[in-house]
Design a protein around this ligand. Structure first.
Ligand SMILES: CC(C)(COP(=O)(O)OP(=O)(O)OC[C@H]1O[C@@H](n2cnc3c(N)ncnc32)[C@H](O)[C@@H]1OP(=O)(O)O)[C@@H](O)C(=O)NCCC(=O)NCCS
Length: 151
């Protein structure tokens, strides 16, 4: 019933919408999110063009119904990946409400981990919404020690 294809530069508006809707689903308002989404678009455009941001879109009858983004981020070697100076980073995981609970996010996550393995990446990271946490835990992801400070 569903097909999957790689994200392309033509998905600029779609990926912006997925990111906006993902944060909205975690309780933020359009008003609060508007500045982020406005700034995300020009950030994303060159990264989509260069392939620094990549990912997959799930389709139902050729219409996009879910998406996931990925980046390979520069990171110093760490006990979790002692011989490697990079990490796989997953972001903007979003499934349209009418298509949830059918395994789409799980399938997108499998595409991401397969791609990471294919690229020889030893360690992956993401920041989970409360809604996303059970999905990731079910796939073997574990919470980390990250702390943050807004300045
Ligand atoms: C979270 C989200 C991506 C899950 O997408 P989905 O396609 O419905 O998830 P799947 O159908 O692939 O579920 C995979 C597994 O996770 C579980 N799961 C997914 N969402 C869950 C939830 N909210 N609560 C409990 N379990 C959940 C499913 O039961 C399933 O378990 P199973 O493999 O044992 O059957 C989707 O609800 C969504 O887009 N939410 C809004 C945006 C968001 O929060 N994204 C995550 C950003 S980190």
């Amino acid at each position: 019933m569903y097909a999957f294809r790689p994200v392309t530069p033509g998905d600029l508006d779609l990926v912006c919408r997925h990111r906006h809707e993902m944060f909205k689903a975690s309780g933020r308002s359009d008003e609060v999110l508007a500045p982020m989404t406005a700034a995300f678009r020009p950030w994303l455009e060159p990264r989509l063009a260069s392939g620094a941001y990549f990912g997959w879109i799930a389709l139902a009858d050729d219409a996009p119904v879910a998406g996931l983004g990925m980046m390979v981020i520069d990171w110093p070697p760490h006990p979790s990946h002692p011989e490697q100076g990079e990490r796989g980073y997953v972001l903007n995981v979003f499934v349209e409400p009418g298509h949830r609970g059918r395994g789409l996010a799980k399938a997108l996550m499998e595409l991401a981990t397969d791609e990471a393995r294919h690229r020889g990446i030893a360690y992956m990271v993401l920041h989970a919404t409360q809604m996303g946490r059970p999905l990731y835990e079910g796939l073997g992801w574990r919470a980390s020690s990250e702390m943050t400070l807004s300045l």
